[in-house]
Design a binder for this molecule. Structure first.
Ligand code: SAM
Length: 298
């Protein structure tokens, strides 16, 4: 269906010729063809199937939401500046959401979706106050709010710019009455919730500082370092979450984090040393890497 803002057009032949040339260019640069499809779907009235079948070449006109020259420029930003496609189109799919993203927030990753599934499996009838510490785009907060109608979610982030994105996502998905957002460092802005939280979920920064600079250019040059850098050993922020959570969780409250593969045994050790947790467990991601640690406050 034609949207109101499709005010530009290009011929099907021209678009198809460009598409065929950039698919090769993308492959040579290690970018999957799906990203080119994604760009065209985001800015035009074409669907993916007509691209795959080549039907688009037989169309007189393809309608666009911006000038063709701007679309060519977006592709150059992806190819040359290694800008992630999610930032270029301004959104990403995550669970059943279409989440807005900008360079103020980490692009929510598919493996983080598992944190929500772990919560649903363990607490199908969850209620009370649930925390999403380091909320970024608000992905986890939205996932929790949608999964648990009786839960009030509290999302914290140090970045005021990230919280603008998170609030907008909550608004767009009709969840803003169920999620409160706070700006500040970890527990600092939510002192009023001490001793009253049923669960704390977090995907904190966990990459060792020296490793951050060696990440793919899409990550190191475009994603916020505040979201990535977990200090010298990557565990700086996880230590804060381990140490302070017992003051905020009710007895029996749930603690769950995402971490970097390989950090599992260190996180388990930190939790044991704290002496306030039971049922400490490492959970693997789909690829079989130790990716999450969960525990229960005694
Ligand atoms: C790995 S990102 C996770 C974002 C989002 N929860 C997700 O899973 O996609 C970590 C987040 O923690 C935030 N952060 C970093 N340091 C923080 C601090 N001291 N207090 C609160 N949030 C912090 C970053 O701004 C970033 O949004």
């Amino acid at each position: 269906m034609l949207k109101d803002n499709y005010n530009w057009q290009v011929t099907g032949i021209e678009l198809w010729a460009w598409y065929q040339s950039v698919v090769g260019e993308a492959a040579a640069a290690g970018i999957v063809r799906r990203e080119v499809d994604w760009l065209l779907q985001a800015v035009s009235d074409i669907d993916r199937l007509s691209l795959q079948l080549g039907d688009v070449s037989r169309r007189d006109r393809v309608f666009l939401d911006r000038p063709w020259s701007e679309i060519l420029d977006l592709w150059q930003q992806r190819l040359v500046q290694r800008q992630p496609m999610q930032y270029l189109v301004g959104s990403t799919p995550w669970r059943d959401f279409d989440l807005q993203v900008s360079e103020a927030v980490l692009i929510p990753r598919p493996e983080t979706e598992l944190l929500i599934d772990l919560a649903i499996d363990r607490f199908p009838n969850a209620s009370g106050n649930w925390l999403d510490l380091g909320t970024g785009s608000g992905a986890i907060a939205l996932g929790l709010a949608r999964a648990f109608p009786k839960v009030q979610v509290h999302g914290v982030d140090f970045s005021a710019e990230a919280l603008v994105v998170a609030r907008s996502n909550a608004e767009r998905h009709g969840l803003s009455d169920r999620i409160q957002f706070y700006q500040g460092s970890w527990w600092q802005p939510i002192g009023h919730l001490e001793g009253q939280c049923q669960a704390m979920i977090s995907n904190p920064p966990y990459i060792p500082t020296a490793t951050v600079l060696g990440l793919a250019p899409e990550v190191v040059n475009h994603e916020p370092h505040l979201a990535l850098d977990g200090g010298v050993d990557g565990l700086r922020d996880i230590r804060v979450l381990v140490n302070d959570a017992p003051d905020f969780l009710v007895p029996g409250g749930w603690w769950a984090i995402e971490m970097m593969a390989g950090q599992g045994s260190s996180v388990v050790e930190l939790l044991k040393k704290r002496g306030a947790y039971r049922d400490i467990q490492i959970v693997d991601d789909w690829a079989g890497f130790d990716r999450f640690v969960v525990a229960t406050r005694v």
